[in-house]
Design a protein around this ligand. Structure first.
Ligand SMILES: Cc1cc2nc3c(=O)[nH]c(=O)nc-3n(C[C@H](O)[C@H](O)[C@H](O)COP(=O)(O)OP(=O)(O)OC[C@H]3O[C@@H](n4cnc5c(N)ncnc54)[C@H](O)[C@@H]3O)c2cc1C
Length: 558
């Protein structure tokens, strides 16, 4: 050391990068195989390596450091409403779209939803803002199939794995992305409060304007308070119609370019300055006589767009499971290397308790999310459809709700260096609350679960059948399951306690899956900490006797 050198840099930890995110995660690999997508294992292995590379991980940093910019006008003062992105954003989108994360389940094949879920979960460990437009595009497909003419023209572009960000009429594009607009200033959860109105265009006028495409055309006036990915080629939106006999909300397809080559009247007012999800453009818009094409029946807009909602909610569960997994891997990688008081943090009992608790939460989220994805593969089976009806809102509530606390705890494992912008934990921490807010906020999900359970005995039966698969070997689980099912059958739906109910449903399903499929040291610790005692607010409350070393060795294979 030179005389004036102040210090030697040591006992700091190199970033978690150049790892195979898939190979590092035994719980995800096992879930992929058992939920019916074994054929995708090799491609996921390759994707895990690609996403874990330092250069790929850096795209996430850059896309959030240089968020999108809105240009309302060009140099000549013409209205353009275009969003400019950093090249890293396009790199992320090209990866997501190139791997069919928006399209593969609609192109068939056994286990396609499960394989796509595993890919989405891996992408969730890379960058979350770019997952938003990809999710909306994926989820738009079932709704669009209700409008055969639009589907014939648009689906080949939507299902293309060629990312094409150019703002052009659809005929000139290699691929297209789709957004959705429901939320207005006066109501997001309660979309019936929407004031945006749609008036039918006379058939003769519509045909004169749009030729063969001049069917079911409406003119739309109003606004949307949240309208993510305004750069999308089209959006599905809700607007009020008032045609005799079918008043109410209807669903419309709003392309950015009209079939006659003109731009649609969608004015992007500004981009939101968000807590997280900063790489993604979320806007406020006004429709000043935009043209929209009716999707589904008039007055049936909510069920039409809810078909989209069930898929976006699945992605919220997958996205939170992915972001929690990312937080865990950064924390564990750090704790294995950082020495305090003479030993690596990961070898110190109290830190082991915290890390193992986080690892259990992450594995439980992963197995739940992958099981839910299989319901979507088997949605034509009424039992699986019913199970999805129950587990989607319950999982969207509980797993997304666990995210922010998880992110904070993982940040604390890294200490002060976790709480700076250079740390990926800062981005993850800001990212984690959003899955709980959009696509139906926590309370709304719990109320939806109550609706599902109280409306149909089949919903309870589907849950009972899933829980029964865990058998009768664990007496504590059997008792927990019996009490839950008895409460579901005997108690009146109670809004006041709906969060507790959703939590119990998810914990029971997670425990059942872990009992069936995870090593005994994982399921025993999960049961001891989540079912036998109140979870409490903090991590690191595992009871004595838990095999933390085994849990941590499984949690991250480095
Ligand atoms: C980053 C971001 C991007 C978004 N992008 C889009 C988009 O692209 N398209 C789009 O349509 N929307 C989008 N949203 C909007 C989002 O879906 C809404 O914010 C969300 O649905 C909640 O609606 P709200 O904000 O109007 O809140 P409110 O509806 O006012 O709800 C506020 C709170 O009250 C609770 N609540 C509501 N009703 C009840 C009840 N009956 N009992 C108990 N509690 C209740 C809710 O759970 C919530 O916690 C986006 C939001 C964010 C944060």
């Amino acid at each position: 050391m030179q005389a004036f050198d102040t210090h030697e840099v040591r006992n700091t930890v190199a970033p978690f990068e150049n790892v195979n995110l898939y190979a590092a995660d035994p719980a995800l690999q096992e879930a992929l195989l058992r939920e019916g997508a074994a054929d995708a294992a090799a491609s996921l292995h390759a994707l895990g390596a690609e996403l874990g590379r330092a250069e790929t991980l850096d795209l996430a940093r850059l896309a959030n450091l240089y968020p999108p910019t809105l240009h309302n006008f060009d140099r000549q003062g013409q209205r353009i409403d275009e969003v400019e992105f950093h090249p890293s954003w396009h790199g992320l989108m090209a990866l997501l779209i190139g791997h069919g994360t928006h399209s593969s389940p609609w192109q068939g094949g056994p286990g396609a939803q499960v394989a796509r879920a595993a890919r989405y979960l891996l992408f969730g460990q890379l960058e979350n803002g770019s997952q938003c437009p990809v999710t909306m595009t994926y989820a738009s497909v079932p709704a669009l199939k209700q409008a055969p003419r639009i589907a014939a023209r648009w689906l080949p572009k939507i299902l293309s794995n060629d990312y094409d960000p150019r703002l052009l009429p659809i005929e000139q594009k290699r691929g297209a992305i789709i957004g959705m607009g429901m939320t207005e200033k006066q109501g997001g959860s309660d979309v019936r409060a929407n004031t945006t109105r749609a008036e039918p265009v006379l058939p003769s006028e519509a045909r004169a304007l749009f030729g063969e495409e001049g069917e079911d055309v409406f003119r739309i006036v109003g606004h949307k308070w949240f309208f993510s990915a305004p750069q999308s080629d089209a959006h599905l939106i809700l607007a009020q119609t008032d045609t005799e006999g079918s008043a109410g909300l209807s669903c419309f397809f709003l392309p950015r370019y009209l079939p006659n080559g003109e731009r649609n009247a969608i004015r992007v007012q500004r981009l939101k300055d968000k807590v997280g999800n900063r790489s993604n453009a979320s806007s406020e818009v006004e429709f000043t006589g935009a043209y929209g094409w009716l999707i589904g029946k008039q007055g049936r807009g909510i069920p039409t767009i809810l078909e989209m909602g069930s898929h976006t909610r699945l992605d919220c569960v997958l996205g939170s499971a992915g972001a929690m997994r990312a937080a865990l891997t950064h924390a564990l990688h750090h704790a294995r290397r950082r020495v305090a008081f003479g030993r690596p943090l990961a070898e110190q009992p109290l830190m082991q308790n915290v890390l193992a608790d986080l690892a259990l939460e992450s594995e439980a989220a992963t197995v739940f999310a992958m099981r839910l994805a299989r319901c979507f593969d088997e949605i034509s089976d009424p039992l699986q459809a019913m199970l999805a009806r129950v587990l989607t809102p319950a999982g969207k509530y509980w797993i997304c709700k666990r995210g922010p606390g998880f992110g904070a705890e993982a940040m604390e494992v890294i200490g002060g260096s976790g709480y700076v912008e250079e740390s990926p934990l800062a981005r993850l921490y800001r990212e984690l609350p959003v899955n709980s807010i959009w696509e139906g906020s926590g309370n709304v999900m719990c109320l939806d679960l109550l609706r599902a359970l109280s409306k149909s005995p089949e919903a309870r039966e589907a849950l009972a059948a899933e829980l029964a698969l865990a058998g009768n070997g664990d007496t504590f689980f059997v008792a927990y399951r019996s009490t839950l099912m008895a409460d579901l059958t005997q108690q009146q739906p109670d809004e006041f306690t709906a969060r507790v109910l959703a939590e119990r449903v998810v914990l029971a399903v997670q425990a059942a899956l872990l009992l069936r499929h995870a090593p005994g040291y994982v399921s025993a610790a999960f049961m001891a900490s989540r079912l036998k005692r109140e979870p409490g607010g903090a991590y690191g409350r595992l009871p004595p006797g838990v095999d933390c070393a085994a849990i941590l060795a499984r949690a991250l294979v480095e």
